[in-house]
Design a protein around this ligand. Sequence first.
Ligand code: ADP
Ligand code: GN1
Ligand code: MG
Length: 364
Amino acid sequence: MINITKNFKFEGTLINTFRYGQGHINETHVVVYKLDNFKYRRYLLQKINSNVFKDVEGLMKNIKRVTEFAHQSIINEGGNPFTESLTLIPTIDNKDYYVTSNNEYWRAYIFVEEGLGYEMVNDNELFYQSGIAFGKFQKLLSNFDANTLSEPIKDFHHTKVRLDHLKEAIKNNIAKRLDFVKDEIEFYLNRYEYASKITTLLESGKMPYRVTHNDTKLNNVLINPITKKAQCVIDLDTIMKGSIIYDFGDSIRFGANDNLEDEKDLTKVNFNIEKYKTFSLGFINEVKSVLHPLEIENMAFGAILMTYECGMRFLTDYLNGDTYFRTKYPDQNLDRTRTQMKLVVDMEKALPQMNEIITNIINK
Ligand code: ADP
Ligand code: GN1
Ligand code: MG
């Protein structure tokens, strides 16, 4: 680790490093430095997953631009950009990331001490605040021309392409797990109509593309446990052109669950409509002035779509031998698939109510 840290402009003397967070993609570390005045400073050091992100240069350019833009807008509003936004720490030769001789890509951020990434919330206020934060972030991104941002992962939320990936994984059966997941496969193939509903609207020009975050799960917004306010939106790797219903839907997928994404006991996994309502209030009130009628009409469906898509991605990775998402035990991707299936079934039943909640917020 010392070989990596010495390449960044960190202040003080390195005294400790440890792995951090529950992200599924990057390898995240905290590095602790002692300053001359006997105080300590922590930084967040990440090995970027270059198996997932093939164009690290383009990705880091996106992050640099978005964080600089966020800083300016926070300053304009009288806030503190270093605690309310991510801030990259440059390398000693003033680059945004460091590449090792064996092609590992590393970047560093100021550690935001004021906020925590939650895996689950039972305090509705926290989820409400995350809705406000992602809604505000969406507005910030509306100032970016999508064509000036690179696309870090092609077809990231193109669910039809994701379905094709699943079919490919079924055909190849690389991990020889096909026989264990017949029901799961049937579940996803039966619901194929979900896959192209939104992309058809986007591609025909009927529904607007926007620049979106695309990975708006609860642990990607740091929340201040004392003030209970959202502190900082993080994990900016997937910012690119998309639909606002993806950002809404992915937050619901993860946060409106009564339990964890990999809970084994499915009786404990439920779509919680109160949590849904809470998040919707925060998010929709921030963005409602710009929403297109088709976005309003499909917002609630977005939660089903993102949950369907994410479960399908977990299943695909399970069939491929767990090469994409970070796993801690052999069947974790299968457990994740099953929670997402249960949530889809719950949401299918609740859809009329979910739509009504959105309409009520819009009309208020
Ligand atoms: P991944 O893409 O693997 O999800 P993230 O960028 O989301 O990686 O980081 C993983 C976790 O590390 C986050 O969920 C959050 O808990 C924590 N984290 C990330 N950036 C910071 C930061 N600047 N300050 C404090 N915690 C952070
Ligand atoms: C990954 O990076 P992380 O853990 O915040 C994934 C998301 C999935 C999520 C499922 C780049 O998010 O798309 O929805 O896991 N990120 C990427 O928990 O694939
Ligand atoms: Mg993350």
